[in-house]
Design a protein around this ligand. Sequence first.
Ligand SMILES: *Cc1c(COP(=O)(O)O)cnc(C)c1O
Length: 464
Amino acid sequence: MKYISTRGGGVPQTFEQVLLTGLAPDGGLYVPAELPHFSAQEIASWKELSYPELALKIVAPFIGDEIPAEALRKIITESYAEFDHPEVAPLTELAENDFMLELYHGPTLAFKDFALQVLGRMLDFVLVKNDQRAVILGATSGDTGSAALEGCRHSEQVDIFILHPHQRVSEVQRRQMTTVVGDNVFNLAVEGNFDDCQSIVKAAFADQSFLPKESQLVAVNSINWARIMMQIVYYFSSALRLGAPEQAVSFSVPTGNFGDIYAGFLAKRIGLPIKQLIVATNSNDILHRFISGNEYSTTGLQHTFSPSMDILVSSNFERYLFDLFDRDAQQLSEFMSKLGKQSQHVSDEKWQQMRECFSSARVDDALTCETIAKVFAQTGKVVDPHTAVGIRAARDCNTDPATPMITLSTAHPAKFSDAINEAGLDAPELPLHLRDLFEKEEHYSVVPNKLAAVTEFVKTHSHN
Ligand SMILES: *Cc1c(COP(=O)(O)O)cnc(C)c1O
């Protein structure tokens, strides 16, 4: 499988090259040069497969022979053995034809484990084979950091540096990062905000001269293609359980950077019968305004009860726009270059096309809490605020009650107790393996809000 940049530059890259990098050199995102397609008959034959076996079927064509089948099987099996539920991604029925897909049974209690457990192991495999080392550098305001650290702490070829804004992440989230132990694991608390952290990471990727020789700088945010790829799998596993491919299903996806829902879009493109794909946003609603009103413009950032969806612009949306513009990189580059300067729109025809593909809703904090309380009253289940945004959007946008609706439940409720308390409920306890989170020793270094301070830290601490 070859990958191309959404901005049209460079030559097609292999899966391995795409895995070992971040943005394409021209500033675009990598997408498959062409998509595989699975027939209904083939999909039907997967009904009895375990989650790891299903994952193997779905991702194999995206990787080709770059990772041998046996090695890939080992990577995937070990990754999902870390999950604390035998089904890996169990479905719960909330009401008739109204389901929730629990994606929080991984080590860090959010769906990001689905991709990052695999990514860490894949990197290790490829780096060992190439006798190469990598530096992973990422910024986080929440769930990505801990999932990346958990996924990569065993990688002998990797040093991982995660930046978070000093004193601006929740205590659970900070402790989930700073209690990960490994001599290749480094948490940096930057004396600035999340945007400062992101700017530093961006600048480091733009000028990699600080890197140890022969080392590769790898991104672990959802611009990394391998993350999107691994997230396609649970769309299939849940739909199969509800009768696909004979029966179509719909999905509602709490959305921030558009990574998770883009995986759903791909699931549909490669053959899964999906009726509705619902983009569920919090008050940071750029995507909802675009889909519902053909207006693509940035506004100020709002801090909400669903912080993992607090974004100004959704980076992965570029991957969808590339398809919407019939893979015209020139047109896409022009569109992207104006973003942030002026409000943009697409032709009526393209807007219609987008609306046939996606529905959308905006769910603010008040509605989020109301939904948490309502779901509890109806089902006795406490859901996390990100999930609540998805459930509310599903109920608002559902056009066909006869089709099963699946809301992706992206985090464990114990992780986000503020919204749950605000809804008048008690958050459940952390799962057993995290109960001692508040007793464990923390490891992190506070660094000034300066690129040079971070690159110097990386240089002196990476093993090369
Ligand atoms: C990251 C995250 C999201 C948003 O996912 P995207 O792929 O960025 O759209 C939603 N919920 C939770 C709990 C998350 O951690």
